[in-house]
Design a protein around this ligand. Structure first.
Ligand code: ASP
Length: 330
């Protein structure tokens, strides 16, 4: 039997109705009560590490989860992390970098309805997550609605539907159907070195979703607040305004101040390409780093992680050009 570690962190799956709405209330032992026959198929260990709505999961919690996952890699064949859905894509992305090259499957999952609810999707999601955790395919994944995706490509796209997540710009890693868990090998990026816990992050990273006419002074404010990195969700394939309100000259100042600026697209699907239009090329001339087809979640957490590893902008640029865990196409 495969040895599986279940790390519980809270989220809807473990929530109960309180006077203030749904809040995490079930611990791992209570969760296990609802697992039906699942524990008969696996050698299961359950550890409660957090009891939080995932809106409260922040860099401190990412480091805690990463340490538990990292320390489990020799003792267990796979790890499942139960987690709220709201920030699960961020946690899945950041873990992909923090425990890069982890030699076992690490699978995040959760639910849209609490496990105590008669119509819960939680049990199904846990079943898929356990099967993936026992698959022997290493990496960080997210299992939901009988589908498994690469953690750093997952995005929460629905607030209530059971199919809450999409795999963006990357095929599904696995699906559950009449043949069981059907894994697409080529969708699992190969390991390229030993696994080390690298959990240093720079928390001074800001995300700007560009809106027509956005005041460029936002950059002065961010510099005054000592932000070291900015991800810009720009328009379409890659454009920023520069008439009347000139964002480009602010990019120049940001670069002089040593700020790393990564540019992505507001479009969820397909890649940005800032060399296509004048409004993008002007930004490239100021040294912005292209995010390619990364999701916003993967880009923001990658910038936090990369700036935690190095201060040198050229190294930041080189790390961004690479795919560290399958987060971008190269
Ligand atoms: N607010 C919850 C959370 O993210 C939502 C969920 O788990 O589905 O913790």
């Amino acid at each position: 039997m495969k040895r599986i570690l279940l790390l519980t962190t809270g989220g809807t799956i473990a929530s109960r109705l309180t006077d203030e709405g749904l809040a995490p209330g079930l611990d791992g032992a209570a969760l296990s009560h609802y697992l039906g026959g699942l524990p008969d198929s696996y050698d299961l260990t359950v550890r409660d590490i957090l009891h939080l709505d995932s809106s409260n999961i922040q860099p401190e919690e990412w480091r805690l989860i990463a340490r538990h996952v990292f320390e489990a890699r020799d003792e267990f064949d796979g790890v499942v992390v139960s987690h709220g859905t709201d920030t699960m894509a961020y946690t899945a992305s950041v873990l992909s970098y923090m425990v890069r090259n982890i030699p076992v499957p690490v699978v995040l999952t959760g639910a849209q309805l609490p496990i105590e609810h008669p119509l819960t999707d939680g049990l199904d999601n846990l079943r898929t997550a356990f099967a993936m955790a026992a698959s022997g395919y290493p990496g960080v994944f997210l299992a939901f609605d009988r589908r498994v995706m690469l953690g750093c490509r997952a995005v929460k796209t629905h607030t209530t539907a059971f199919g809450a997540f999409d795999s963006v710009n990357w095929p599904l890693v696995a699906q559950v159907n009449g043949a069981g868990l059907t894994i697409r090998r080529e969708a699992v990026p190969p390991l390229d070195g030993p696994c080390r816990l690298r959990d240093k992050l720079c928390e001074q990273v800001f995300l700007i979703k560009l809106t027509p006419g956005l005041d460029p002074e936002i950059f002065d404010m961010l510099l005054r607040m000592h932000y070291r990195g900015v991800v810009i969700e720009a328009f379409g394939a890659g454009g920023l305004h520069f008439i009347r309100r000139n964002l480009i000259e602010k990019l120049h100042n940001a670069a002089l101040a040593g700020m790393a600026v990564v540019v992505c697209s507001q479009c969820l699907y397909e890649s940005s390409n800032f060399s296509l239009y004048q409004a993008g090329q002007k930004a490239l001339a100021e040294g912005v780093i292209q995010g390619g087809d990364m999701t916003t979640e993967a880009a923001v957490t990658k910038l936090m992680w990369v700036l935690g590893q190095t201060d040198r902008l050229e190294e930041v640029r080189a790390l961004f050009a690479k795919s560290l865990a399958g987060e971008r196409s190269v």
